[in-house]
Ligand binder design. Structure first.
Ligand code: EPU
Length: 428
């Protein structure tokens, strides 16, 4: 077990380079299973969610060769299995993408239900609705989701809720179905567009990704490709907020500024100076933030995956800010941890009322999930004194070389091994 130890109070200064997008990578890698020849995927982030997906693909039979730290060549031809067990998926949300990918590949998929961060109930009814519309029979038995079809036929699917996962899964299942599939009320996140671009580079015919209506004309075969994943919108946003929250001045490189518009808008509203370049954004802040109200929404709204980080920043704002969580039922579990550091936040259902305090104080806290963990890191950097963050395996799921990147910006942060309690110690 490891923890982060942060000696807070340093303003972040310098340049940070953003890695490939987690939520694009975890969709694009399973999509390789739809190809009839090897694919090269570049700009993969070195994070545990990516290694879990690659291990699952290898267990399915794919031949995977690393070219360097961020690129792999995957030959899906040896894959015979259509089963992804609970052990293979290791509680990862994106394991559900094997359903769409294997259903599209061999018309049969058997996958352990997805895990991932705990934000309350995480249903997959819209994924199932999509598979059934394409002609699959979906049953849940013995703790596995089983989707099977004799053949898949294009169809119209209206999503009752804008869902990133359902949009991706339906695209994966429909790309080789016979005829035209139309997904209405589709999610518009940058990773949806990236997946569509990846599939189109393999010979797919997908139109409208990035809008609310995606049209997929099925093709018989998909071929190998070489594809580079987009930069991670949320990793970029996390460093942008960390720069502002510590009163720093950071150039965040290798980003797509268009993906960051809502985050830029809120940082500017809070008083930060933000300069946009072609592939970089500079964020600096000299004064304490001003209060700001935020509602999270599907893209292009303010991303729910930045909600804990921006709430932490607003914990030291002048005045009272209100954050409304518009995507998940329960994404304020981190608030108890921030309160331990002196934040004044009241949560009522999907709303958090943040009364700004003068500053945070270091304390032992937990990363209750991935983005909550990122928020604790930002809190530790802002706080006076020492913050120790445990359960950092959540953070490792989505942030590449976090301690190295932050140290290069002047943060005092280290990863420390927590010794196991000695078995000789008598229990009190
Ligand atoms: N929903 C349903 N039925 C479904 C699917 C979703 O009711 O069949 C609901 C969910 O309960 C939620 C809302 O729809 O209230 C949105 O869920 P969505 O399906 O969009 O989420 P997801 O695909 O499970 C992805 C990201 C999350 C991110 C959300 C929202 C991946 C691997 N995960 O999850 O990312 O919060 O979209 O943008 O892409 C993260 O990176 O930290 C993370 C949690």
């Amino acid at each position: 077990m490891e923890k982060f130890v942060i000696n807070g109070g340093n303003a972040l200064k310098g340049t940070v380079k953003i890695s490939g997008a987690k939520n694009a990578a975890v969709a694009i890698l399973p999509a390789v299973l739809l190809s009839d020849s090897p694919c090269t995927v570049e700009n993969l982030p070195e994070i545990s969610d990516v290694s879990t997906i690659l291990k699952s693909m290898s267990a399915l039979g794919a031949d995977i060769k690393a070219i360097n730290k961020s690129s792999v060549v995957i030959d899906p031809r040896p894959v015979k299995s259509y089963v992804v067990t609970k052990e293979m998926a290791e509680g990862m949300r994106a394991s559900s993408y094997f359903l769409g990918a294997l259903l599209g590949r061999t018309h049969h998929a058997r996958v352990a239900p997805p895990g991932g961060c705990d934000f309350g109930v995480r249903p997959i009814d819209q994924h199932i609705k999509g598979f059934e519309a394409l002609g699959a029979k979906v049953i849940i038995e013995s703790g596995m989701v089983d989707a099977k079809a004799k053949a898949l036929y294009g169809s119209s699917v209206y999503l009752d809720k804008v869902s990133v996962g359902a949009t991706i899964n339906i695209m994966l299942a429909a790309v080789k179905a016979k005829g035209l599939t139309v997904i209405e009320n589709a999610a518009r996140e940058p990773h949806i567009v990236d997946l569509a671009n990846f599939l189109n580079s393999m010979g797919a015919n997908i139109m409208g990704a990035g809008t609310g209506v995606i049209k997929i004309r099925g093709v018989e075969n998909l071929h190998g490709t070489v594809y580079s994943i987009i930069p991670d919108q949320i990793e970029a946003g996390t460093y942008m907020v960390a720069a502002a929250a510590t009163g720093g001045d950071v150039l965040v490189e290798n980003v797509t500024p268009k993906h960051l518009e809502s985050i830029i808008a809120k940082l500017v509203e809070a008083g930060a100076t933000v300069n946009e370049y072609d592939e970089a954004i500079r964020v600096s802040m000299k004064k304490p933030p001003k209060k700001c109200n935020i509602q999270t929404m599907p893209h292009p709204g303010f991303p729910t995956d930045m909600q804990p980080q921006i709430a932490t920043f607003l914990a030291i704002a002048e005045g009272t800010s209100i954050i409304t969580e518009g995507v998940w039922d329960n994404r304020f579990r981190y608030v108890d941890q921030l309160t331990l550091m002196g934040a004044d936040i009241q949560v009522d259902g999907k709303m958090a009322v943040i009364t700004g305090v003068k500053g945070l104080k270091g304390a032992p806290v937990k990363a209750v999930d991935l983005r909550a963990g990122a928020a604790m890191v930002i809190a530790g950097l802002m706080a006076s004194g020492i913050t120790e963050i445990t359960e950092i395996d959540h953070i490792d799921r989505g942030y590449e070389r976090l301690t190295e990147k932050l140290s290069a910006l002047g943060a005092q942060i280290k990863r420390v091994v927590v010794p196991k309690p000695s078995s000789n110690l008598k229990q009190a």
